[in-house]
Design a binder for this molecule. Structure first.
Ligand code: 3PG
Length: 407
């Protein structure tokens, strides 16, 4: 796999005004709206620190419209200031006059963070690069910018204006994180071989269903081991749950049933699950679940079966933790499956901030071939899909080198 892209060293960015699209979308406390974790902010600071001779404009999204995590980036800005050990200015605006004024008053070495990009409606839709370049976000800001650095690998699968629009019209290169991720993935993919196993949990059901289809269709998953919420949707589709799920999850059961029927050989569903009863972990069969019981982990039988498949796979890709590993007594599924991955002789890839954090807790990070805080984007990459951010980098590199652009 050969991905062509420019790096920061390939562009002359000294004294220039540079927009850096990072992904500091972080966990938020649903009750207080407080920022819970700064891992992605710390990671983003690596590229920002290496642009100290430029005027830097930091741009990111946070959460999704209508959800509890759809909050301002003001707290992120404060955290970034602390991590960088210097003032990072904040402007409560995305592309309006206030944002443009703040950009034009930047001095060399200054860092300015824009407000949550998704507060601007356009950033919630997908566009072709040409259309994205015409959006208000891109067309209004680009006049004041000299270059773009794309460092948001976790958002690489979204063709949003900030991912594909600036790159279509400004000199554009990969930031440190994206460059590291692409280099490591290219290396890892060289050793990847069948049988391929995908261990999928996580809560973004729509994205997961799309990814499962692409993974199996493109021969990138011979086995799909399901856990978490997506596991419950498939258990329901297989008629193993008596009571309906919440309406926002139940609506995906039809699609899950279609996939189960089409690829019945590939799927493995939890054979037992863990719930909490009187403060204790209790394991039951899915058929025994009642609507008031929350599933907090996979059970022992499932752990044993999944571990065996993981250990005998040529390549294992795991995204989304199998259980609420932060809760005492419910870390078992996550820990055991991560240990099985660590002892597998196959190529191993871990995806998503949550699972990366769990991996640190188990202490076997160095046994895994590739670890990324990216979730959905990495799943799509593994499924062999073209990612808009990678395509944007590829086209910007070809343009810079004066080559003919092949879409
Ligand atoms: C992520 O955390 O996976 C990325 O920030 C993308 O977020 P999204 O799924 O809301 O686009």
């Amino acid at each position: 796999m050969n991905i062509d892209f420019l790096t920061i060293e390939d562009l002359d960015l000294a004294g220039k005004t540079v927009i850096v699209r990072v992904d500091i979308n972080s966990p938020i406390n649903p009750k207080t709206g407080e920022l819970l974790e700064v891992n992605r902010i710390r990671e983003a600071s690596v590229t920002l620190k290496s642009l100290e001779d430029s005027k830097v404009v930091v741009a990111s999204h946070q959460g999704r419209v209508g959800r509890y995590d759809y909050v301002s980036l003001r707290q992120h800005c404060k955290a970034l200031s602390e991590i960088m050990g210097k003032e990072v200015k904040f402007v409560e605006d995305v592309f309006g006059e206030a944002a443009r004024r703040a950009i034009t008053s930047l001095e060399k070495g200054d860092v300015l963070m824009l407000e949550n990009l998704r507060f601007a409606a356009e950033e919630n839709y997908e566009y072709s690069p040409e259309e994205a370049a015409k959006t208000h976000i891109v067309s209004r800001l680009a006049k004041y910018l000299d270059a773009c650095v794309l460092d948001a690998f976790p958002t690489a699968h979204r063709a949003h204006p900030s991912i594909v629009g600036f790159a279509a019209i400004l000199p554009t290169c990969a930031g440190r994180l994206v460059a590291k991720e692409l280099k490591s993935l290219s290396r890892v993919m060289l050793t990847a071989k069948a049988p391929y196993t995908a261990v999928l949990g996580g809560a973004k059901i729509q994205d997961r269903l799309e990814a499962i289809d692409a993974l199996i269709e493109n021969g990138k998953a011979d086995n799909v081991l399901l856990t978490g919420l997506i596991g419950l949707v498939f258990l329901r589709a297989a008629n193993k749950l008596k009571t309906p799920l919440k309406p926002e999850h139940e609506k995906f059961v039809g699609r899950a049933r279609e996939l189960l029927n089409r690829y019945s050989e590939a799927f493995y569903l939890p054979e037992d699950v863990a719930i909490q009863k009187n403060g204790e972990r209790v394991e039951i069969k899915p058929e025994q679940l009642t609507s008031d019981a929350a599933v907090l982990d996979i059970g022992e039988e499932t752990i044993r079966k999944y571990s065996k498949i993981i250990k005998s796979s040529g390549t294992v890709f795991m995204s989304g933790p199998p259980g609420f590993f932060e809760m005492d007594g419910f870390e078992k599924g996550t820990h055991e499956l991560l240990l099985a991955m660590a002892s597998s002789l196959g190529t191993t890839i871990i995806s998503g901030g949550h699972l990366s954090a769990a991996l640190e807790m188990v202490g076997v990070k160095e046994w895994i071939d590739h670890v990324s805080t990216a979730g959905g984007a990495l799943v799509m990459f593994m499924a062999g899909k073209k990612l808009p951010l990678i395509e944007a980098l590829r086209m910007a590199a070809a343009r810079q080198r004066g080559e003919k652009i092949i879409q």
